[in-house]
Write a protein that binds this ligand. Structure first.
Ligand code: HAM
Length: 412
């Protein structure tokens, strides 16, 4: 679990602001739901035989003996909140959220126990255009923040029946090579065999590579749906790779699944992942409602921005106010509050804790401000403010207090 220090927060804010703009442009609305939910919500939706539920949840009993867990992801909580608040009945919803998620994973680069996701979920649209829209929206994220090193992989898991059929074939295939399976896969064979396809064990790579192809078992409707998603993506000019081994680590998906991956972050290369989950709302107790969404891993995107050399500069103060003497310090408060009230968005760093002119100017330079306003006893007496340019070579000026607002408006 990491601290996010001031020299990093501006990068987070940059990312969040840009992403919020894209979300606004698609008319998605923000939803906020708790970090803690009943454990059963996650076990039922994510799946009993998944890494998350089996070994990664932060689970505890509250004082009443109820089992609660820190959310390991946002989809389950979002669905629960929508059902409880009646957002899904006869309605379409396009929602987004951001926040901390918690998984007791082995920490390594790009994999943390507390991490941040920005997720979107749409409800009430079964058509492939919803799948295409969420994928397009994610592509717009990358464009807006200047990321180019990500590849879109897509797959279709089909419907329940076609997946059941595929499951049988797959179990049969793996059973025939039982001795080649690692312990994890042996355990998964009966309960969650599709996840074996996701194995990262190099010793099983050949076995997985030669496994039957999921796409050959798709039902007609899912095949058409997947075809349509691809046609929309083609029409929008989004490149992608169909990866029939992409199965995802959570159980609630059906039909379209997708991941945005990069080779630049080592083992944790998936920066965004999601898909369709038409059965989940009903499974959690709502009326059957089609749904599709994704979540991005914010830490991974930030790491990728860094690796790709995307320059993000922090916002520097417009003004540093240097003041001397009791009267000067009092006037500094008056001038800064006038400027803050009158000029929307102005950023002012007022010297705190006194100090000589020299030491205050040192601090002003260090702050990166463009302008220093200087207020000493002399200036107070004359009703003026000294104005010094800190980053360009320009003559120092004096401005009367009554004109400081209009002069500053011209300058920033
Ligand atoms: P997920 O694949 O488990 O899906 O997580 C989505 C993204 O969160 C990952 O691709 C990764 O970037 C990031 N992530 C996951 N675990 C960690 C970690 N331990 N440290 C850092 N980043 C991590 C979901 O969570 C689904 N709820 C996505 C979704 C939304 N599907 C439909 N709607």
């Amino acid at each position: 679990m990491n601290d996010c220090l001031p020299e990093q927060t501006y990068i987070w804010q940059f990312l969040e602001e840009k992403i919020k703009k894209v979300l606004d442009s698609y008319c998605y609305k923000e939803i906020r739901f708790p970090i803690v939910e009943k454990t059963a919500l996650f076990t039922r939706s994510i799946g009993e035989v998944t890494d998350i539920v089996e070994k990664e949840m932060y689970t505890f009993e509250d004082r009443n003996g109820e089992s609660l867990s820190l959310r390991p992801e946002g989809t389950a909580g979002c669905v629960r909140a929508c059902i409880e608040n009646g957002l899904l009945h006869n309605q379409q919803q396009k929602l987004w959220y951001k926040g901390q998620m918690f998984r007791y994973e082995k920490p390594q680069k790009g994999r943390y126990r507390q991490f941040n996701q920005i997720g979107i979920e749409t409800y009430g649209i079964a058509d492939a255009d919803a799948d295409a829209e969420v994928i397009l929206l994610s592509a717009d994220f990358w464009r807006t923040i200047g990321l180019t090193d990500v590849e879109l992989q897509i797959n279709s898991l089909g419907d329940e029946q076609s997946r059941a059929k595929y499951r049988e074939v797959l179990v049969e295939y793996f059973r025939n090579s039982y001795e080649l399976l690692d312990e994890d896969s042996k355990r998964r064979l009966e309960k969650n065999p599709l996840r074996i396809l996701d194995s990262k064990n190099p010793e099983m790579a050949d076995l997985v590579k030669n496994a039957p192809n999921l796409l050959e078992y798709l039902d007609e409707e899912s095949e058409r749906h997947f075809q349509r998603v691809q046609e929309y993506l083609n029409a929008a000019g989004i490149s992608y790779v169909v990866n029939p081994r992409l199965v995802r680590g959570l159980d609630y998906y059906n039909r379209t699944v997708f991941e945005w991956v990069t080779t630049k972050l080592g083992a944790q290369g998936t920066v965004c992942a999601g898909g369709r989950y038409d059965g989940l709302v009903e499974q959690i107790g709502g009326r059957a409602t089609p749904a599709v969404g994704f979540a991005i891993g914010v830490e991974r995107i930030i790491a990728l921005l860094e690796v790709c050399g995307v320059e993000i500069s922090s916002k520097l103060p417009n003004v540093y106010i240097v003041s001397l003497g009791d009267k000067g310090q009092e006037q500094a408060f008056s001038v800064s509050s006038i400027l803050r009230n009158e000029i929307d968005g102005i950023t002012i760093m007022q010297n705190s804790g006194g100090g000589s002119f020299k030491s205050q100017f040192k601090k002003a330079d260090k702050s990166g401000a463009g302008i220093a306003l200087v207020i000493g006893e002399d200036e107070v007496e004359k009703g003026i403010v000294g104005l010094k340019y800190l980053r360009e070579k320009r003559e120092q000026e004096t401005v009367s207090v009554s004109e400081i607002v209009s002069r500053m408006r011209e300058l920033i």
